[in-house]
Design a protein around this ligand. Structure first.
Ligand code: ADP
Ligand code: MG
Length: 302
């Protein structure tokens, strides 16, 4: 198959792992810097160019869209979909998962366990918002933050008010969330490929930090997950429509709660922690879905 990895940099661990895994399985692999692509969007025959080269003949794309380029990156993926190229994760599913509020609303509707979460706009509602999530301590998050940046633990009500006020002053969209203290600064990353959890790791934050992101100094180790955690992770990925997803869970007193679902999960941490070849599993998933000729469900409809 001819497979394109939509990634800014060939040297990134995940991009390289997918590239090598594809080559090993006999595919024609190519890394495309999607930010440099341009598209003719009004033609009856949608097309994509990289410089003067028309990008043609691909069977599948693996989107690895960075958070900074969600909007443009999703447009490129959508254009490929309209050309009949199947994407490992569809553009709609990627944009869904990038908006924390939107994903939590969709997950809640289907009964997935979540930390109690509130969202508001008007400064006059700050008090009610804090009460809604059970008062201090509480977590305040930027809607489109990533790698732990923009996630704040407010220990007191006063701190929460100041943080909310500061974010609002910057015109940032935020949500407030119950602090799951009993998770002890750890979370569980479940890697879902094609509707199955293929690997799981526990990330523990460094001392004095509540965020377990590896980028924030957290450490990863292999973990055995419960059947309930497994089904929560696969259901969450499925509800958002992601074939490949990193589902982050917290172990709360009221069972596993989903914190967020990532559409371009990093492979380095989890491959190192578990010793599993996840890149290969993703390539095998593409081979399988190519044979089933399922095509995309939404065909770039938005
Ligand atoms: P990001 O997208 O920046 O990774 P997350 O929502 O995943 O943002 O939060 C970052 C980290 O903060 C999580 O991995 C987790 O360790 C911690 N965290 C986030 N929300 C909560 C919460 N409600 N209770 C306890 N810890 C949390
Ligand atoms: Mg996270």
């Amino acid at each position: 198959m001819k497979i394109a990895i939509l990634s800014r940099n060939k040297k990134l661990y995940s991009t390289n792992a997918l590239y090598e895994a594809g080559l090993k399985r006999g595919h024609d692999m190519r890394v495309i810097d999607y930010v440099r692509c341009h598209m003719e969007i009004t033609s009856m025959r949608p097309s994509i160019y990289l410089g003067s080269e028309k990008l043609d003949g691909f069977d599948a794309v693996i989107p690895r869209i960075g958070a900074t380029y969600t909007h443009f990156g999703c447009a490129v993926v959508r254009q490929f979909e309209m050309m009949g190229v199947s994407s490992v994760n569809e553009s709609v599913a990627i944009s869904r998962s990038r908006d924390k509020l939107r994903s939590l609303q969709l997950l809640a509707r289907k009964g997935i366990g979540l930390p109690v979460t509130g969202f508001a706009h008007d400064p006059r509602t700050t008090d009610a918002l804090i009460d809604q999530v059970g008062g201090a301590p509480l977590v305040i998050k930027l809607l489109e933050g990533t790698q732990g940046v923009g996630v704040v633990l407010a220990e007191t009500r006063q701190a929460a008010e100041s943080v909310i006020e500061a974010f609002r002053g910057l015109n940032a969209n935020i949500l407030a969330q119950e602090y799951i203290k009993e998770a002890g600064g750890a979370d569980i990353r479940c890697l879902v490929v094609g509707g199955k959890v293929v690997a799981a790791m526990k990330r523990q934050s460094k001392e004095g930090e509540f965020r377990s992101n590896l980028h924030r100094g957290g450490t990863a180790s292999v973990v055995k997950i419960t059947p309930e955690e497994r089904s929560t992770a696969t259901r969450a990925a499925n509800i958002l429509g992601l074939n490949v997803a990193g589902v982050d869970l917290l172990r709360s007193n009221h069972g596993p709660v989903v914190m967020e679902v990532n559409s371009s999960p990093g492979l380095e941490g989890i491959e190192t922690a578990t010793g599993k070849d996840i890149a290969k599993m993703i390539i095998e998933f593409i081979e399988k879905s190519g044979k089933e000729k399922k095509g995309t469900r939404t065909k770039g409809k938005g």
